[in-house]
Design a protein around this ligand. Sequence first.
Ligand SMILES: NC(=O)c1ccc[n+]([C@@H]2O[C@H](COP(=O)([O-])OP(=O)(O)OC[C@H]3O[C@@H](n4cnc5c(N)ncnc54)[C@H](O)[C@@H]3O)[C@@H](O)[C@H]2O)c1
Ligand SMILES: [Zn+2]
Length: 618
Amino acid sequence: MVRSFSAIAKLGIFLGVGIAWSAVIAPAFVAKPPQGGAGLEAGTDAGVGGLRGSQRPDWRKTRSEGTGTPTAQLGLAALGVGLVALGTSAAKVRLASPARHLVPLKDSLKTYDAAAVRMAEEAADRKTLQKTLEEVSESFKRKHENIDKAAAEASMRRPILEESRTPATTKVEQRAGGNLAQYDDTWHIVRDGETAPASATWSNCRIDTSTSEYAETSTANASVPCSGPRAWMSQSLIPLDYRVVEVPRGKLLDPACDALIFGHLPFGSPERQAAEGKAQRRLVVIDETVDDLYGDKVRAYFEARGVVHEIMRLPMVEEEKSMENTLRVCKKMKEFNIDRRTEPVIAIGGGVCLDVVGLASSLFRRRTPYIRVPTTSLAYVDASVGAKNGCNFCESKNRLGTYVPPAAALLDSSFFRTQEKRDIANGVSEMAKMSLMKSKELFHLLKDNAPRLVETRFEPRDASDDVPERVLRLSIETMLEELTPNLWEHSLDRLVDFGHAVGQNLEMKALGTEHELMHGEAVACDMAYMSVLANVLGKITAEERDSILSMLRTCQVPVYSPFFTREFFREAMEDRVQNSMGQRLPLPAGIGKGCVVNDVSDADFEKAFVLYEELCKQ
Ligand SMILES: NC(=O)c1ccc[n+]([C@@H]2O[C@H](COP(=O)([O-])OP(=O)(O)OC[C@H]3O[C@@H](n4cnc5c(N)ncnc54)[C@H](O)[C@@H]3O)[C@@H](O)[C@H]2O)c1
Ligand SMILES: [Zn+2]
């Protein structure tokens, strides 16, 4: 009874002092004029506060920034509010389990100063509590004055910090931008001012903590967040690496070549050595048409190399680029009991096959490695090189998909031998795109050689003829240059979109008509119009424009379609602007040089349209 009475008295004192704190002492500090722009984040984590403050978008501004309230004052006010809450909460839960209910509050207060909270909690009587609070107040004032000073200094150093993206600590070099250290077999956040054992392993990932922007505000001062909810910014740098490996023409299905089994592992790497010493199993998914043409060789290859295998044959044409087919591949992976660490699924076919198997692999057990073997000229230089996969859904092209690159794309251009000429030219159009945006050399190689490359399906004339391989190599490398730094297409300013602003709409518009266009053909019409537009805008000369149009014609692709009307163009551009958040039109800015343009007027579009019809309509 006595104990319970004294507990109530103690809690009452807590409550009273807490209210006094928040009503009198904390506001006195809050009334101080703002010092610098650093917000609450800087107060609790001064070293990175300046950095984050400057990088945070407007909508994430903390309340402290909104009012210009300095960090230290918020910390002090939060302590007051926290103590009120502590008292209130303790009083409420007296008959329940005080210890358990107080834990979250104590934890949140610990953010400010665990020792201070402990002292306040341990105070035996009113006098001690008052004295403790005075000490806490003094110590907080001193501490936060220092933090404000540090934050102000940090904000002055901001340009340098932003450049290096590392907090101002003595361990900058070690941390390499991260604040997570592994020691004692686990990972720890190492905040500024803290250290980790010298033997620790530093990650370049980081976790930054701040007060949640949804933290409730005090009733006394709406600009002061309670100490409760926090927000964590977790930044993981996930390495995504994949190989794109050419083999000499005709060698991929030669049992003497081990690329199909081990080519995804870097040559001489420990993983490759380990794999070479073990029996191998592979699931192969192959397009029906390709199976008819190359299936025997594929089977003979795996037999000869003693690889346990299963071959799944599927109709991989655009109409079958579906979730149903994707799930059939997933089911087969389950039945094959695939080992996702050591048994990449192999996809052999055109872009449809590679996209469907890529999607299935990215779904199966969240990510199972796969290998792309492109068998069309288009898939060789386009679908095989990037990270995208997908299938059509609800009558929309590639509506479902992921950005998960293959373990490797294994390239052998001898598969082109069985393609129709028109199919080869379809892929050459994408090569022309890369030449116009990025490579003068590729432009001239195509201008001088495209007809015979299409005619011979990239077969070299003789051993000294390196034109076919140079064309393919330049197409792939320029593509990789654009894709690697923007693998997830965060930037919508993509030169590889040249020909695709309205090209895909044109492809859809012409589908099923007597003027049906293959993808590369529709892209070529778009490139032709855009090159004329670039000339109208003064980006290229009339000679350059004519040279581009002539090169496209040389590639055996159309530069005009009867569906390319004013009305079509207007609608397609509306789609473009909506999907790409602006025009973002990649245009030639010379031969082998591109630029992205955003502010083309209707008058210039119309001028270009008239000229385009004049130059390209047969
Ligand atoms: N993921 C990407 O980044 C990316 C990029 C470009 C295109 N794509 C996708 O790729 C698809 C287009 O690819 P595609 O042009 O390779 O078409 P495709 O896969 O539809 O193949 C075209 C036809 O050629 C047949 N074929 C395949 N290889 C052959 C060979 N060696 N000899 C004879 N016939 C052969 C196929 O059976 C099919 O009938 C589209 O669905 C497109 O969305 C994806
Ligand atoms: Zn394309």
